[in-house]
Design a protein around this ligand. Structure first.
Ligand SMILES: O=C(O)c1ccc[n+]([C@@H]2O[C@H](COP(=O)([O-])O)[C@@H](O)[C@H]2O)c1
Ligand SMILES: Cc1cc2nc[nH]c2cc1C
Length: 399
């Protein structure tokens, strides 16, 4: 499955890109005045192979969750159980990603690809795990903005009339149980994963992407949840870019100075021990990656193979994108960098990929939150090519 996906990835379509550039030049605005949106619209046309490219909708966020053996080295202040507990929060609709997904009209799919502890129960029914059809996209909440609406998904709904109905509510987040193993091994001691485990997680990401696309998704957004996962993210960025651990390790959820120094030393030790070869992406993933990184790399590859844009979130996503690009350099054509995470490794990875982030708000949450905030920018870039008049058609004089 991995090899077939890689083989299907092709460069952007040059004639659709030329058509988009020419159309941009004829629209009723000064040339270049939409800045980065113009380049983005050209890339979207090249990816779709048509001008104008389809609007990137509906949007689907896939949150891959995993735990990390390196947690034992004290690289994060948070207990490992928080990964599973946050899955409960995602499924209940109470996390930041849920709020932003409701705002953006995106569906949310949570994938347990390698959590180490039991998920909190009871979890909402998920249906047949073999059929991953996405739930309908939730509509915006309606009603007087001054009186908070208590209908629809969300943690504080408590509507007594609907509290006991069975089955997920329309638009409710969905769980896919695809645990490859209960967390990675400690990468300072041994390889985090076997090659087979890394491959299984990559193929889980491919499968989730293909089912979301088959169900109609026009854009995929990356999400992640995994206490400790900024440590393997830094190791992946260092492995693929050659940057020093000092330059790519950040404070993650917010570690103190002592923990930060320990974290840099852990990343350095992992690289010294494994000496990962960037020409062998599966080997790098197995040595120093995470299960959610592997699955995200698969999701990105599948989006590229199906010529659907994939909107990247923070440092976990962009470190996984380095894996995808090492498997298939042309996969970069499908990637849109949603935002610049505060983690320094994200900027190093984005530079290596040649991607400029759309927004820069100092976010460092993960979950897919930065990608969701950037979604209207991507839609806007495509919409301009559909809806804006040319100088000729509108009777506006050119300079
Ligand atoms: O998206 C980011 O760039 C990002 C930056 C810092 C932290 N996070 C999130 O915080 C968790 C990892 O942080 P840590 O400190 O436990 O390594 C994990 O659940 C990530 O989703 C995410
Ligand atoms: C509370 C919490 C929420 C998160 N969301 C993504 N990573 C996270 C890490 C923590 C600790």
């Amino acid at each position: 499955m991995l090899e077939n996906t890689i083989a299907a990835i092709r460069p952007l379509d040059g004639s659709a890109m030329s058509a988009a550039r020419e159309l941009q030049a004829r629209l009723t605005k000064p040339a270049g005045s939409l800045g980065a949106l113009e380049d983005l619209s050209v890339r979207l046309a090249g990816l779709a192979g048509t001008c104008p490219p389809p609007l990137p909708e509906p949007a689907a966020v896939a949150i891959f969750a995993g735990d990390h053996g390196v947690h034992a080295q004290g690289v994060t202040p948070w207990p490992q159980e928080v990964t599973a507990q946050m899955i409960g929060n995602f499924l209940a609709g109470g996390a930041v990603v849920n709020a932003f997904a409701r705002q953006a009209g995106a569906s949310v799919t949570v994938v347990d690809v390698g959590v180490a502890t039991p998920l909190p129960g009871p979890v909402p029914p998920t249906g047949d795990p073999d059929t991953l059809a996405p739930v309908p996209v939730p509509g915006p909440r309606t009603g007087d903005p001054d009186t908070p609406d208590t209908s629809g998904p969300g943690p504080r709904t408590g509507d007594p009339d609907t509290a006991h109905t069975s089955g997920p509510a329309p638009g409710a987040p969905r769980l896919v149980e695809a645990r490859v193993r209960p967390g990675t091994r400690d990468l300072t001691v041994t390889a985090a994963l076997t090659r087979d485990e890394a491959r299984a997680a990559v193929e889980t990401g491919i499968r989730v992407a293909e089912e979301l696309i088959a169900a109609g998704a026009g854009i995929l957004l990356t999400g992640d949840m995994g206490i400790g996962n900024t440590t393997p993210s830094a190791a992946l960025v260092a492995a693929f870019t050659g940057a020093d651990p000092d330059a790519v390790t950040g404070r993650g959820t917010g570690v103190d100075d002592e923990t930060y120094r320990r974290k840099v030393a852990v990343v350095r030790r992992a690289l010294d021990r494994h000496r990962p070869d960037p020409a062998d992406p599966l080997g790098v993933l197995a040595a120093v990656g995470g299960l959610e990184h592997a699955a995200l790399a698969g999701l990105i590859l599948a989006a590229a193979a199906h010529r659907i844009p994939v909107l990247l979130d923070g440092v976990i996503a962009v470190s996984a994108a380095l894996v995808s690009a090492a498997f298939a350099p042309d996969a970069v054509g499908a990637m849109v960098a949603g935002h610049r995470s505060a983690e320094p490794g994200a900027t190093v990875a984005l530079r290596h990929l040649g991607l400029d982030p759309l927004i820069d708000l100092g976010l460092r949450l993960g979950e897919g939150t930065g990608a969701l905030l950037a979604l209207p920018v991507v839609t806007g870039a495509a919409r301009v090519l559909h809806e804006v008049s040319t100088f000729d058609a509108a009777g506006v004089a050119e300079k």
